[in-house]
Ligand binder design. Sequence first.
Ligand SMILES: [Fe+2]
Length: 199
Amino acid sequence: MTESTRSPNLQILLDHAEAAIAAHGTPAMLKAASLIFGRLRENSGQEVAIEPQRLDVCRHLEAVYAGMAAEASPLPELASAFMALEPRLQWTRRKAAQPGDMPFYDSHANATLIGQGGIEQREDVWVGATLMARDIVYPVHDHPPEEIYLALTEGEWWNSAMDWTRPGPGGLIYNPPGIAHTMRSGAKPLLALWLLPVD
Ligand SMILES: [Fe+2]
């Protein structure tokens, strides 16, 4: 193990995510988490300076943080750590999003924390965040790696083996490798972290 050069706030975010999965994860989540966090412990990747970017939808972050601060631990701690890191993030639209896809196009943003295009560059783990305004449905998609979502706000998740599910703030969702899946916000904006082991 090399000495960690990871930003303290990024490490705090990861530690809370790992603890939430250890406490409440299903066996499949625990297995994915041992891959993800094992790799993240092994080395801390390379911190790179990326061009920070906010999209218009990021105006909802303040309300999201206020909501998280009012929840039980670890949501307030996650909010503080995320808030501290956020100015370094490059928020972008989903690659496949088209300007004609309204309101989705202007109502969502993704930011990579760890992985290609993230503030910690590496190939074996992908950690990021999705923000959506209220009443927005993310397009159904799939990808080879399995995925764990940590909900930081209200929101609902679906995959082809699971009905729409509301994990609640601090709750977890698991998407098996390759499965079709999506999420949607309700009366308030949605913020969630996603964590994937990448092969
Ligand atoms: Fe996904």
